[in-house]
Write a protein that binds this ligand. Structure first.
Ligand code: PLP
Length: 430
């Protein structure tokens, strides 16, 4: 691949792959193999020493996963990526790569419920403290920072509040301190490019829009290459001190000849190697199929969702609609600043009548699926307080933006008239 493309429609079809050199196959083959024959002992030694990059074992790298990694790195404008088994593995590894027992990160409180649980419970059991702050005021990130803060974390289009994260505002606070901003861009691929606004690392649950068809679980971590880890040896010891888990390698020095990929190469060769949540080549193949139409789908999702949000906003049974284009104040300003190609598929709304009305609405739907997922080509609905966010207490629910009668929609690719007709008949039954 010699040419570099910048348009997401073209990247989704061409980045990182032209054809198979042995067979001329155009579709990316599924390399369903665990291991790779070394040319000779020197070749094997070079691969293990990272003086040469190449395939060793499919827990650490795989040629089908590599095409997906190259394509998503190109889509986000990064220098490298690491495919893993789920979005949950992506958020965990993105942080474990630079934070350990005794360290902390500062995270937005507007997070997917599963991420919140991971941070609040599993990370605290591991000795990594997560300090949750309200992202409406970026200064909250600065106020929660101390010498042991290794990263800031947020969700670009957070589920379920849908108030866009202040990417450049928080990245600008962290960068002079040596603190990278890691963002979850699961809900806004193509429509937001966090690296253009100063984020250092992006993660995705590829399970959602990238897969796009509700078939496969996966995740990915993307390195922008724009963060100067080496300039902050005390703030970022994991990348600047000798690493006993890789023969004393100092990642920022050892990796220099290969480009600004210290963060993502360390994640692959230590965290993924040791924790093991690798993406299967078959799932990588499915995500590559999804990427081919991602840009087109995001356009159509956004167009359908815009019309649904307008319909809901004018409906008598609806108390409020949470969709970026329907917001005002700072939330609208951020949506306008960061969502350059549509406002996405996701929205929430509060039905008059609270919990009971919300449940009746869900039960009355005929076409929309009632499932715990987002980003499918089909339209989906769920009641977060009794499902995805049910482990949170009342205070945590409110800080995550979930009220009792709140319904979340993931608007799909059916004809918009059919989507609105199904919502309309369900609202008539509450
Ligand atoms: N991030 C976001 C925004 C999500 O919505 C989800 C899942 O719903 C995840 C991460 C976790 O992804 P996965 O289900 O692939 O582990």
């Amino acid at each position: 691949m010699s040419k570099t493309y910048t348009n997401p429609e073209t990247i989704g079809l061409h980045a990182g792959w032209r054809k198979d050199d042995n067979t001329n196959s155009v579709a990316v083959p599924i390399h369903q193999t665990t291991s790779y024959q070394f040319d000779n002992t020197d070749h094997a030694a070079n691969l293990f020493a990272l003086s040469e990059l190449g395939n060793i074992y499919s827990r650490i790298m795989n040629p089908t996963c590599a095409v997906l990694e190259d394509r998503i790195a190109a889509l986000e404008g990064g220098v490298g990526a690491l495919a893993v088994a789920s979005g949950q593995a992506a958020s965990a590894y993105a942080i474990q790569n630079i934070a350990k027992n005794g360290d902390n990160i500062v995270a937005s409180s507007h997070l997917y419920g599963g991420t919140y649980n991971q941070f609040k419970n599993v990370f605290s059991d591991m000795g990594i403290e997560v300090r949750f702050v309200d992202p409406s005021d970026p200064q909250n990130f600065a106020d929660a920072t101390d010498d042991k803060t290794r990263a800031y974390y947020g969700e670009v289009l957070p589920n379920p509040s849908f108030e866009v994260f202040p990417i450049s505002e928080v990245a600008d606070i962290g960068r002079p301190l040596g603190i990278p901003l890691i963002v979850d861009n699961t809900a806004a691929p193509v429509i937001c490019k966090p690296f253009d606004h100063g984020a250092a690392v992006v993660i995705h649950s590829t399970t959602k829009f990238i897969g796009g068809h509700g078939t496969s679980i996966g995740g990915i971590i993307v390195d922008s290459g724009n963060f100067d880890w080496e300039a902050f040896p005390e703030r970022q010891p994991a990348l600047n001190n000798p690493d006993p888990s890789y023969a004393g390698a100092v990642w920022t020095e050892a990796v220099k000849p290969l480009g600004p990929i210290a963060y993502i190469l360390k994640a692959r060769t230590t965290i993924l190697r040791d924790m093991g949540a690798a993406m299967s080549p078959f799932n990588a193949f499915m995500f590559i199929q999804g990427l081919e139409t991602l840009a087109l789908r995001m356009r159509e999702h956004s167009s359908n969702a815009q019309k649904v949000s307008e319909y809901l906003s004018s409906h008598d049974s609806v108390e409020r609609v949470a969709y970026p284009s329907q917001m005002d104040g700072y939330a609208k300003d951020r949506a306008d600043k960061y969502l350059s190609k549509g406002n996405g598929a996701l929205m929430g709304f509060e039905i008059k009548g609270g919990v009971e009305a919300g449940k009746k609405f869900i039960d009355a739907l005929e076409m929309l699926y009632h499932v715990a997922n987002i980003g499918d080509s089909r339209s989906l609905a769920i009641h977060p307080a009794s499902t995805t966010h049910s482990q949170l207490n009342e205070e945590e629910l409110l800080s995550a933006g979930v009220t009792p009668g709140y319904v979340r929609l993931s608007i799909g690719l059916e004809h918009v008239d059919d989507i609105i007709a199904d919502i309309d008949q369900a609202l008539a039954k509450i």
